[in-house]
Design a protein around this ligand. Structure first.
Ligand SMILES: Nc1ncnc2c1ncn2[C@@H]1O[C@H](COP(=O)(O)OP(=O)(O)OP(=O)(O)O)[C@@H](O)[C@H]1O
Ligand SMILES: [Mg+2]
Length: 507
C-alpha cells in the first residue's frame, strides 16, 4: 500500500459564479501532521468538505483516495464510518444539549427499548479524559467557552475511532494557553498513530507542529513542502500564499493623538444571569482622538464584556460607572443609542452577533447605515450598491457578487463583511473585538492599513486583541486586563510581550 493515507487528484468544485477548486492535489502521509495554508477564499474548507463527504460524490469532479481506495461518500456519516472526522471552522455542536448528548446523539443504541444513559455518560467521560477536558458530561454545551466546546468535538471524533482528523482553523478562537494545549494534543494523537490535517492562518503554529505543508491559492495547489527536509520558513509559506513577498506586516504610522474623546470611570458590570458576580470590576480608562488603543489580556479577562457594556449596555446587568463622550456625561441605554452617539462595535462573535447569514453581502454591509443611505425615508438603491462595491474592492472580499448570501463566503471573507459594515457607518469611535480572527496574512495587512487611515483622519479605535504582536504593532497605548480589572497601562514605546504578560499575571 502507498505511504499516503489520503490523496486527491485534480479536484474541481464549482459554485454559482465561482470555481472554488481548480484541480487541487494533496498527498497526506500516514501518521503525519499536515498543514494546509492559503489566503481567505483559497478553497481550504471546500477541499476538506469534499474529503469528508459534506459535499457528496457527484457534486465535484476529480478523485479522492483514502487508504488506497477511491472514496464514494454521500454524507459525513459515510466518511465517519471509515475513520475520518472533521472539526469545522465554525463549531457545529447543539448549544442547548449536554456534552454527552452531543457526543452520542444519533448513535445511541437502546437495550430493550431503553437508552442506557449511564453507559453513555461513562463512555463520554472516558473520551473527555483523553482530551484533558475535566467537565461533567451533563454540562450544557453553551455554558462552556469555545475552547472547551472544541475539545468536545474532538472527543466526539475519538469516540468514533478516528484515523484521519481534519481540523479547520482549530485555534482561531482559542487563547494562547488553550492553543498550546490543543497543539500538544495533536502531537499526542500523532504518537498514537492518528493522522491530522490542520488548516491555519497562524504560521508559527504551523511551523511548530506540522511535518508537511501544502499551500493553495485560488483553488490550485501551489506547492508542498516537508518542513524538515526542505528547511521550510514562514517567509516561504507567505510568499507562496500571496504570490509576492510581504515586507510590512504592520504598516507604518506616525502617532499623533489629540484630545480625549471618551472617558470611562469606575465601570463595574455584573453577570447577566448571576447578578452577584462581577465581570468587570471598577475599570477606568480614556481614549484620545486619532489613537489606537489596544486591550490585551487572557481570554475571560473581561475585555469583551467591558466593551459591550459600554456599547449601550449590550452585556451584563446592573452596570455602574460614568461614561463621558467629548467631556459630556453620556448614558447609552442600548446599542442604537451608542450608534447614534458615534460608536460602532465589531463583535468577536461574527456568527452569533455580527452577521445575518441568510442575507446578501450588500444588506449586511448597509444595515447599520440605512438612514445615511436614504432620501426622504427611502434607501437609495444605487448608493447602497456603490458602497457595497467599494468595500468589496477595498477589502478584497472574495465573491462573484455583492448579492451573494453571506453564509456562502469563506470564514475570513465573512469577517471582512462585518468590518465593512462598521466602516460604512464611519463612526468617531470604532471598537473592534478580535478584528483579524481567521484573516489571512495579506488581508490582515490591508485591515491594519485601513485602521491606520481611520486614526489619521482623526477617528479613534479601540482594539481588543489576543494577538500580542498585533497589539504591539498597531496600538499607541495598551491597557492590560485580567480578572475583570484593568491591571496596567503601557505606552507604545514601553510595551513588550513580556511586560504585557507580567502585568496580566501580577498587576
Ligand atoms: N456554498 C457556497 N456557495 C457559493 N460559494 C461558495 C460556497 N462555499 C464556498 N464558496 C466560495 O468558494 C471559495 C472558497 O471558499 P473556502 O471556504 O473553501 O475558502 P477558505 O480557503 O476556507 O477560506 P478562509 O481562510 O477564509 O476560511 C470562496 O470564494 C467562497 O466564497
Ligand atoms: Mg475556511
Amino acid at each position: 500500500m502507498s505511504e499516503y493515507i489520503l490523496e486527491t487528484e485534480n479536484l474541481i468544485k464549482d459554485f454559482p459564479g465561482v470555481r472554488a477548486l481548480n484541480k487541487v492535489n494533496l498527498k497526506i502521509k500516514k501518521g503525519e501532521i499536515h498543514a494546509l495554508c492559503g489566503e481567505n477564499g483559497a478553497g481550504k474548507s471546500t477541499m476538506m468538505s469534499i474529503i469528508s463527504g459534506v459535499y457528496p460524490k457527484g457534486s465535484y469532479e476529480g478523485k479522492v483516495f483514502y487508504k488506497g481506495k477511491e472514496t464514494n461518500y454521500h454524507s459525513v456519516k459515510d466518511s465517519e464510518k471509515e475513520g475520518l472526522a472533521i472539526i469545522h471552522q465554525e463549531l457545529a455542536l447543539s448549544p442547548y444539549l449536554s456534552i454527552y448528548e452531543n457526543m452520542f446523539l444519533g448513535h445511541m443504541k437502546t437495550t430493550m427499548g431503553v437508552i442506557p444513559w449511564d453507559h453513555y455518560i461513562l463512555e463520554s467521560k472516558k473520551y473527555l479524559d483523553q482530551v484533558g477536558l475535566h467537565e461533567n458530561p451533563a454540562t450544557i454545551v453553551s455554558k462552556m467557552g469555545v475552547g472547551k466546546q472544541q475539545l468536545v468535538e474532538i472527543a466526539r471524533a475519538l469516540s468514533k475511532k478516528v484515523e484521519l482528523l481534519i481540523l479547520d482553523e482549530p485555534t482561531a478562537s482559542l487563547n494562547d494557553d488553550e492553543s498550546a494545549k490543543l497543539l500538544d494534543l495533536m502531537l499526542e494523537f500523532k504518537r498514537q498513530g492518528i493522522t491530522s490535517v490542520m488548516i491555519s492562518h497562524k504560521l508559527n503554529e504551523v511551523m511548530k507542529v506540522s511535518d508537511s505543508v501544502t499551500i493553495i491559492r485560488d483553488g490550485q495547489s501551489i506547492s508542498a513542502y516537508s518542513v524538515k527536509e526542505d528547511n521550510l520558513t514562514e517567509a516561504v509559506i507567505i510568499k507562496d500564499m500571496v504570490g509576492r513577498d510581504l515586507t510590512h506586516r504592520f504598516p507604518e504610522r506616525k502617532s499623533n493623538p489629540g484630545e480625549t474623546v471618551m472617558e470611562v470611570k469606575n465601570w463595574t458590570v455584573y453577570h447577566p444571569e448571576y447578578h452577584s458576580i462581577k465581570v468587570v470590576d471598577n475599570a477606568s480608562f480614556y481614549l484620545r482622538k486619532g489613537e489606537i488603543l489596544g486591550f490585551c489580556g487572557p481570554m475571560g479577562a473581561g475585555r469583551t464584556e467591558l466593551m459591550m457594556s459600554i456599547y449601550g449596555k449590550s452585556y451584563g446587568s446592573r452596570s455602574t460607572g460614568a461614561l463621558y463622550l467629548k467631556g459630556q456625561a453620556a448614558s447609552l441605554k442600548n446599542a442604537k443609542a451608542a450608534l447614534n452617539a458615534g460608536m460602532t462595535y465589531v463583535s468577536e462573535d461574527r456568527k452569533g452577533l455580527g452577521l445575518i447569514l441568510i442575507q446578501g453581502i450588500k444588506t449586511n454591509i448597509s444595515v447599520s447605515s440605512l438612514q445615511k443611505l436614504s432620501r426622504m425615508g427611502i434607501v437609495v438603491a444605487q448608493e447602497e450598491i456603490e458602497k457595497a462595491e467599494k468595500y468589496r474592492k477595498d477589502l478584497r472580499i472574495k465573491t462573484p457578487s455583492i448579492n451573494q448570501l453571506t453564509r456562502n463566503l469563506s470564514g475570513g471573507n465573512q469577517q471582512k463583511v462585518v468590518l465593512s459594515r462598521s466602516l460604512l457607518v464611519d463612526p468617531e469611535i470604532f471598537i473592534v473585538d478580535e478584528p483579524t480572527r481567521g484573516i489571512d496574512i495579506g488581508a490582515k495587512a490591508e485591515i491594519y492599513g485601513i485602521l491606520n487611515e481611520l486614526v489619521q483622519k482623526g477617528k479613534s479605535v479601540i482594539m481588543v486583541t489576543s494577538e500580542l504582536p498585533e497589539a504591539l504593532g498597531m496600538a499607541d497605548r495598551i491597557y492590560v486586563m485580567n480578572e475583570g480589572r484593568i491591571k496596567g497601562e503601557l505606552s507604545r514605546e514601553e510595551a513588550t510581550q513580556e511586560k504585557i504578560m507580567r502585568i496580566a499575571l501580577l498587576g
